[in-house]
Ligand binder design. Sequence first.
Ligand code: ADP
Ligand code: 5GP
Length: 195
Amino acid sequence: MRGRTFIISGPSGVGKSTVLKALMEQRDKLYFSVSATTRSPRTGEVDGVHYHFLDEETFQNWISHDEFLEYAEYVGNFYGTPKRFVDEAMDRGEDVILDIEVQGALQVTEKRPDTVRIFLAPPSWEELERRLIQRGTDDPQRIHRRLQRAREEILTANTYDYVVINDCVEQAVKELDAIITAEHCRPSQQLMRLN
Ligand code: ADP
Ligand code: 5GP
């Protein structure tokens, strides 16, 4: 059985990395797609683990060689999903998780309509701002731009297949886990085995 692709979108600081890390620890056959980006690494971020950190010229090179399933500009930097690793993981029967913003999610959905899209939302705007400040990775101007972008992103949440509120990490992980399990119980997935 080929694996399925799950997109997780949501405002910067909502807790996507935190929740996905916990999910990866408790669920088998799940592959996290490591994106490429032109943004600089944050303290503790490792090249090839959290992102493939590229300069702009290399990123453009990957675009021209059709290496990306999707790519988008986000708050002054480029981000993209390398296609090859996603396909290899799905061929191995693993589910693939893409942590990507809403423009990228739209591109993937157009190319691959069977992708499942999940929006991770904050319990409140105040809590989102608090998390961005407390994370300590962005200066006030960048936080302001990320919050502005968040206001636009939240408007697209109702176009997703699921919305999970990240109030308590444990509960959000439980809901994501349940969604993935449920998606494998769709008739299109289960009855394929009997053909
Ligand atoms: P994202 O990947 O969406 O940008 P992060 O995973 O980096 O967000 O989380 C942003 C900050 O919020 C981090 O400091 C993280 O520890 C914290 N955080 C994540 N989820 C929760 C939660 N449910 N409750 C409180 N703090 C959280
Ligand atoms: P950050 O800089 O906080 O790691 O990520 C900023 C935004 O870029 C987040 O919304 C994240 O989901 C998104 N992102 C990360 N990787 C990709 C990618 O490969 N493609 C797209 N379109 N967005 C991405």
